[in-house]
Design a protein around this ligand. Structure first.
Ligand SMILES: Nc1ncnc2c1ncn2[C@@H]1O[C@H](COP(=O)(O)OP(=O)(O)OP(=O)(O)O)[C@@H](O)[C@H]1O
Ligand SMILES: [Mg+2]
Length: 280
């Protein structure tokens, strides 16, 4: 589905992402973990072209998405919807309009300028809000909602783009544990019901374990772990976080209660690439 080949990003003399190669060949929910500065956000931002890569290729459906330009690039950006830690909503606009903004770059500039949406757009937006359990907030201004509700609006906006995949950069880092659970459940539901790739940068190990089929650990811009969460032992976590013996998983815990055993459904086919499931 998506294949990374030696993807690198230099900021001056600092290499934020260092020759990263991996393949996602199943509609997995992938968690990217690593300490602050490991390169998680830079990697996600290169996928949807918010940050230009220095070198390497990202192949999707046989096409190097790093070389797309103009309308093709905007189309790609719509195909991989991004969800941010700070929601990135327009605070004074009502919720349903915020969701419809997910359609913007599929529309003509003139229509976009005047926020002209069709009845179909309104219905699709309301359906997305309903799916996320917040349709009753549709007419409120975004700024009137709680953080957890705002993040759900941002996810509804992502759904409105009808994307191939959803990229989420620390989607729960600003939320309390209860809202964090609601938002992670929503992302998991999109992955399972729509069979979409969801790639999620996460600060906390337990969230990655509970929600993801595959975890990629980054350290100093490199992939140092790629495998099923079951393989993420405390020793491996220490290696990823570059911590010493005193490392304690609670230090990266969100205290989201583990839902009924596990929300994660195991893919019986395994679905790992041969390179996966190993500490590199
Ligand atoms: N726009 C930029 N200009 C210069 N350096 C940058 C820029 N963005 C990121 N960096 C550097 O690249 C490295 C990786 O940053 P990145 O934001 O990708 O890390 P991260 O793993 O997402 O960290 P965090 O967990 O704190 O969000 C860091 O050293 C950071 O300082
Ligand atoms: Mg980051």
């Amino acid at each position: 589905m998506i294949h990374f080949e030696s993807v690198t990003k230099d900021f001056g003399t600092r290499t934020a992402v260092d020759q990263v190669s991996f393949t996602i060949d199943k509609p997995h929910m992938v968690g990217i973990i690593g300490r602050s500065g490991a390169g998680k956000s830079t990697l996600l931002r290169m996928i949807n072209r918010l940050t230009p890569a220095t070198s390497g290729r990202i192949i999707f459906n046989g096409e190097d998405i790093l070389s797309l330009k103009g309308a093709m690039m905007r189309r790609w950006q719509r195909d991989c919807a991004m969800v941010f830690q700070q929601f990135n909503l327009v605070p004074r606009l009502d919720v349903v309009t915020n969701v419809m903004l997910g359609r913007l770059n599929a529309q003509s500039t003139l229509k976009s300028m005047f926020n002209i949406f069709s009845a179909d757009d309104v219905n699709t937006a309301l359906a997305a809000l309903d799916r996320l359990g917040i349709v009753q907030e549709a007419t409120k201004r975004a700024e009137e909602l709680s953080g957890g509700q705002q993040q759900r609006v941002a996810i509804a906006r992502a759904l409105m783009q009808d994307p191939h995949m959803v990229l989420a950069d620390e989607p729960i880092a600003s939320l309390d544990p209860m809202n964090a659970k609601i938002v992670m459940d929503a992302l998991r539901e999109i992955h399972e019901r729509d069979n979409k790739v969801v790639i999620c940068n996460l600060h906390t190990l337990d969230t990655a374990r509970n929600y993801c089929d595959r975890v990629i650990g980054m350290r100093d811009g490199k992939v140092v772990f790629d495998g099923e969460p079951e393989l993420l032992t405390t020793d491996v976590a220490r290696e990823i976080y570059g911590a010493d013996e005193s490392f304690n998983e609670a230090a990266t815990s969100t205290a989201i209660d583990t839902p009924d055993a596990s929300v994660r459904k195991t893919d019986p086919a395994g679905a790992m690439t041969p390179a996966a499931a190993a500490v590199v």
